[in-house]
Design a protein around this ligand. Structure first.
Ligand SMILES: [Cu+2]
Length: 123
């Protein structure tokens, strides 16, 4: 006398595992990127494009060289970075806030508070 055994189809489980494995790379794409920029300031003015574009959530790194000492102030995020030539300075932050933010230069004396570049954080 034989007992009937339930026979769960092993192929069905295998197919589910394949489906999960296929989804994993898609989840990876949504992870935050780490964009890196290099900018050069001459006389407090940027050479090239004055707008850096990143995505919200990115870990952003901006390497800055300048021919004169100054302090960069990223408004909105309220981050200050001192630039002391000839060493490059690093402005690093996590782009949590979306929007267009000016980076000011702060130097001693009047009239030295103006935007040298902009950082656009796109949602
Ligand atoms: Cu400022």
């Amino acid at each position: 006398m034989t007992t009937a055994t339930t026979n769960p189809n092993p192929y069905r489980w295998r197919l589910r595992l394949i489906a999960l494995a296929a989804l994993a790379p898609i989840a990876g794409v949504a992870a935050a990127a780490s964009p890196k920029f290099s900018v050069e300031l001459v006389g407090g003015r940027i050479k090239g494009d004055d707008t850096l574009k990143v995505r919200q959530g990115d870990q952003v790194q901006v390497s800055v060289v300048s021919d004169q000492p100054l302090v960069l102030h990223l408004h909105g995020y309220d981050i200050e970075t001192k630039v002391a030539p000839p060493a490059p300075a690093l402005l690093a932050f996590k782009a949590d806030l979306a929007g267009r933010f000016p980076v000011h230069e702060h130097r001693h004396g009047p009239g030295n508070h103006r935007a040298v570049m902009f950082i656009e954080v796109h949602p």
